[in-house]
Write a protein that binds this ligand. Structure first.
Ligand SMILES: CC(C)(COP(=O)(O)OP(=O)(O)OC[C@H]1O[C@@H](n2cnc3c(N)ncnc32)[C@H](O)[C@@H]1OP(=O)(O)O)[C@@H](O)C(=O)NCCC(=O)NCCS
Length: 195
């Protein structure tokens, strides 16, 4: 039996990403080569961060943190950063790669200066590839994020309330003051409507 080993690196630079191949099966959100370009762009930002899992000079998983989209309420507070995506190649799933990436990201100090949000939309999930139903999949994400300090928050964000399996989680960094925490709490319910 071939033993599968991987290393976690991060935050990585765009130069480091360009040295590596990407597993072509990393295509949950978009084709692998396009996702690699997107990761390279994110990694070139000052605040944004990308962590990768690598095996034999190939990216087999990643987690990316970027600034919230300017059209969303979450962009109103400069200390919010969004966990944009975490994705593991189907060839490497269910063997702790995502967990290792989250542990590495949480161990890096950047999270302590931010509220890190994670807006989990059921329509992005790989139900077919994992064989999980929506609520089991939601549970996998909870088991992935909660051990590193993410908590579930209720919100009236229209994208979150659009589907009952969607979930909003956030991690409040140790250096976030009470005042900033209150500002974040005030953003959870704004009465925002779609139209
Ligand atoms: C969700 C995803 C990132 C999980 O990655 P992974 O490397 O397989 O996860 P891990 O092996 O680190 O497992 C994390 C936890 O979920 C559980 N888990 C993972 N896959 C599971 C499965 N198919 N069935 C049951 N539990 C599962 C693990 O047991 C572990 O929980 P535990 O620590 O309590 O035992 C992966 O399936 C994926 O890339 N999906 C497509 C993209 C996606 O949906 N991303 C999330 C939204 S951005």
């Amino acid at each position: 039996m071939i033993e599968k080993t991987f290393l976690v690196e991060g935050p990585v630079t765009s130069e480091r990403l360009s040295e590596l191949d990407i597993d072509p099966d990393i295509k949950n959100f978009r084709p692998a080569h396009i996702q690699k370009k997107a990761l390279t762009q994110i990694a070139s930002g000052e605040i944004e961060k990308v962590f990768i899992a690598v095996s034999q000079e190939k990216i087999i998983g990643y987690v990316a943190f970027h600034l919230p989209h300017e059209m969303t309420r979450w962009s109103k507070l400069p200390f919010i950063i969004e966990l944009g995506a975490i994705e593991i190649s189907p060839n490497w799933r269910y063997c702790g790669v995502a967990k290792a990436l989250m542990i590495a990201a949480a161990a890096h100090g950047f999270m302590e200066n931010h509220v890190v949000t994670s807006l989990e939309y059921a329509w992005h999930w790989d139900l077919k590839g994992t064989g999980l139903d929506m609520f089991s999949y939601q549970n996998v994400l909870y088991r992935l994020f909660s051990p590193v300090g993410f908590e579930v928050f209720c919100t009236d964000d229209p994208d979150i309330i659009e589907h009952p399996a969607n979930i909003f989680m956030a991690r409040i960094g140790k250096n976030i003051t009470e005042e900033k925490k209150e500002q974040f709490m005030d953003l959870l319910f704004t009465g925002e409507k779609w139209f």
